[in-house]
Ligand binder design. Structure first.
Ligand code: 5GP
Ligand code: ZN
Length: 115
């Protein structure tokens, strides 16, 4: 499994920098976004360093599906009861800041900081 020693999410996955990880297994971690845009805002992140969606392949099909299946499960565990947004910022014009693939899950009572 590839990692990038300079990548912040690889460092979080390895426990090299602190984060509020509340779910983890061999393939995936989930932790709260440091700058939440909604009352509940967490990230589902593969342990493997995959920079963008276009850097994934058929080998990652199950992993990508797993991340989406985890979204409602973890949202419910985090107390989200009335729906949520699932967002992947991908590439420069997609507004991606951290080039390690991740799924944002945002929920909780509105209004939120963003639309
Ligand atoms: P994106 O790449 O999807 O545009 O944004 C990356 C997200 O990661 C941002 O919402 C940002 O707040 C979050 N983030 C960046 N660095 C850290 C960190 O060190 N810890 C946590 N928990 N979140 C981070
Ligand atoms: Zn990484």
């Amino acid at each position: 499994m590839s990692h990038d020693p300079n990548c912040i999410f690889c460092k979080i996955s390895k426990g090299e920098i602190p984060s509020s990880i509340f779910y983890q297994d061999d393939e995936v971690i989930a932790f709260h976004d440091i700058r939440p845009a909604a009352p509940v805002h967490f990230l589902i992140v593969p342990r493997e360093h995959i920079p963008r969606l276009q850097d994934s392949g058929s080998d990652h099909q199950a992993l990508l599906g797993k991340m989406l299946l985890l979204a409602p499960k973890l949202a419910a565990e985090q107390g989200v009861t009335n729906g949520f947004r699932v967002v992947i910022n991908n590439g420069e014009d997609g507004g991606q800041e951290v080039y390690h693939l991740h799924v944002h899950v945002m929920g909780g009572p509105r209004p939120w900081k963003i639309g």
